[in-house]
Design a protein around this ligand. Sequence first.
Ligand code: ADP
Length: 543
Amino acid sequence: IDPRERAQLPVLPQGFTSSQFATALAEIIHYLGKQHVEINDKPLDDGWYIEHPNTHDAFNLFDSEDTVSSAAVYPGSVEDVQAIVRWANKFRMPIFPISIGRNFGYGGAAPRVRGSVVIDLGRRMNRILDINPDDCTCLVEPGVTFYALYEEIQKRGYKHLWIDVPDLGGGSVIGNTLDRGVGYTPYGDHFAMHSGMEVVLPRGHLVRTGMGALPGNNTWQTFPYGFGPYYDGIFTQSNFGIVTKMGMTLMPNPGGHESFMYTFEKEEDLPQIVEAIRPLRIGNILENVAQLKHVVQEVAALGKPRASCIHPGEALTDGIRRIATSLPYGDCTWIYYGTCYGPAELRNPKLKIIHAAFTRIPGARKIDPQTLPPDHYFWSRDRICSGVPDIRELSWLNWQPNGAHVFFSPICPIKGQDAERLLAIAGKWHNKYNLDIFPAFCVGAREMHLIINIVYDRGCEISRQNAYRCMRGMIQEAAGYGYGEYRTHLLFQDQVAATYNWKNGALMNLHNSIKDTLDPNGILAPGRLGIWPAAYRNRGWEL
Ligand code: ADP
């Protein structure tokens, strides 16, 4: 659609005529006030990470008009959220809650059903309700970003408290945890580290989970389970409720940390490196979600366009090799970034064990950080691994014109043969669609996520289609070997959900029963995570 025509063509929610939409909007405008309802009738603006849109996915894979909202509403309180949900039930209006909407690479702020009304919780509900310096916990609203929490802790002078941050610090603590995002300190599993939620259910009822259900409690943020069934998990990666408050535990400052970096020479070193990592990680000698990155990522992190790095006609691997020789530590293929925590007397014995294990691999080298310039990527990893928010990872986007990215993120055991097999699958599909491959293994306690970031030109339909098809191919083939994604972009959620199909989709049947019970009118984020309300299910919405 020509942007000039767009102004005359407001997006309508599913099943609405323009006059029905106008009637519904008038009611919510009357309740919230004109200034807290915004119709999406202006040309779509992709903005950038900081000034991100809440109308659509800035990293569109289809046409950006596909997953686009009809309007955004800005609640200022829990009561407002309940009123919006009741309003949505009355009009059968699809609504899509976001906290900040910076879920870049996973769909951003875009609703799955075109014309949904986005509930932008973060704009007005952005208070840090509590930071408890004794228990090392906090209680936050959806609009609290990792940056905001970090800055508040510094402002209050709590030098003994750390937070855990993901790769990019501009997202919401609640939004990231609900999507089961990860960070890189020992508190990196955000869901595991949260304690207590307050949730508006799809019919408008309000619940508190864990100890929050006990009036007068003072342990909501210190004991996550409370009494009886534990529900928090069903509000993550789902469309079963809107989280309006969440507790999070904070890591005590460990009294020192030291980031380190090892380089490995050859592509074929991968299985050996992974085998060396496994016992160290399970034994907690490697204490954080560490990253094993291909050197191609290091080159992309320089923030230069591909066209200025790779010569015309040159193979990517040759170009990378050539550039790698000019990096401060010279040519290599795999790079391990890790961090040890605690004062030197605690760190040093661990660092010694790690050094002995890694240097058994021929050609492995420990890089002295003092030889790296202050703008080197290592220092950005060092900040993130010690709980300081950063946005350096965005520099990747310069690799392509109109750079956008999408993640392929399957889980596999920390085993050499799995690492090789997954990488071979990804390589095959990247070759087929002529895409550069950027692999990194993020090593959790007993498994690892292979994270492959496809960087594409969102201004070019062929580039978008190649990224989309490559993703679909990798998801399908990997599932054939028993590998499943831990999280995925909005447009692949049906496909990924369908791979979790043991016993003819017993798990999805359970999701559907819960969805139909909690959300009989099917208003809350239809289709998110492949969970469709009865009114949409099997009617051609699934991708
Ligand atoms: P970020 O924190 O990275 O900006 P978002 O706010 O975009 O992330 O949230 C990621 C996804 O999680 C959203 O697309 C939305 O579906 C879901 N989500 C975010 N916040 C909430 C919330 N408070 N309640 C329910 N679902 C939410």
